[in-house]
Design a protein around this ligand. Structure first.
Ligand SMILES: [Fe+2]
Length: 214
């Protein structure tokens, strides 16, 4: 008898806990406090406001850009992907008041990065496997990553159909843009502040010319 076990189609999620981000997080919170019009949580399109336009004048945004690139490089390296010519970047914030939540969505790009500048306190590990968690327990501003396998939750012998992320300041996640994710209601009186980066990989041009649609 020959038994072979496979785990096909795993999804790579990279987390980085950056140290000593207190001053950076304070600057980012202050920026959005002074200029709340910069916040655009549903900014998923490349022609919408890109906070990277501020990188030349706001050092915290430039620092954040550099940290996101570090994260993307880790993800590409661990996934064994080499060869992109470059990466197009789109940065936007998600500033949540008390009671606000984000419904399940994905992003129209290649990779997503999320960075947390201000969150509820948590003594949990950042990543909580589904085996240890009740899917319907909302928590406080918890990020839920949904299993990208369509209807994976219907396989009743398998409980691993979601992952909960208990965010904290300084934490970054990088994951494929096809992963549906949502945020449970924020319960604090302060603004919960996170930043999202859309990474769109640019590849060397092929032999054929590109055709304009205009
Ligand atoms: Fe998102």
């Amino acid at each position: 008898m020959q038994v072979t076990d496979y785990a096909f189609f795993p999804t790579r999620v990279v987390t980085i806990q950056f140290p000593d981000t207190g001053p950076l997080d304070a600057e980012l919170c202050d920026l959005l406090e002074r200029r709340p019009e910069l916040d655009d949580r549903s900014n998923l399109h490349p022609d919408a406001l890109n906070l990277l336009r501020l990188a030349d004048t706001v050092p915290a945004i430039e620092q954040l850009r550099s940290m996101f690139i570090t994260g993307a490089k880790h993800w590409l390296e661990t996934e064994g992907i080499a060869g992109p010519d470059g990466i197009d970047l789109l940065l936007f914030s998600n500033r949540m008041g008390r009671g606000e939540a984000t419904i399940a969505h994905n992003h129209n790009t290649d990779l997503i990065g999320i960075y947390y500048a201000q969150t509820a306190d948590s003594n949990r590990q950042p990543i909580q496997p589904a085996d240890d968690e009740d899917y319907f327990e909302a928590g406080d501003g918890v990020l839920v990553l949904h299993d990208p396998r369509f209807n994976a939750n219907l396989t009743s012998v398998c409980h691993r159909d979601h992952i909960k992320v208990f965010p904290r300041p300084g934490l970054m996640l990088i994951f494929p843009a096809y992963v549906w994710h949502s945020v449970t209601p924020h319960r604090g009186e302060f603004h919960r502040l996170s930043f999202a980066m859309n990474f769109t990989l640019r590849w060397p041009a092929g032999a054929e010319e590109q055709h304009s649609l205009k």
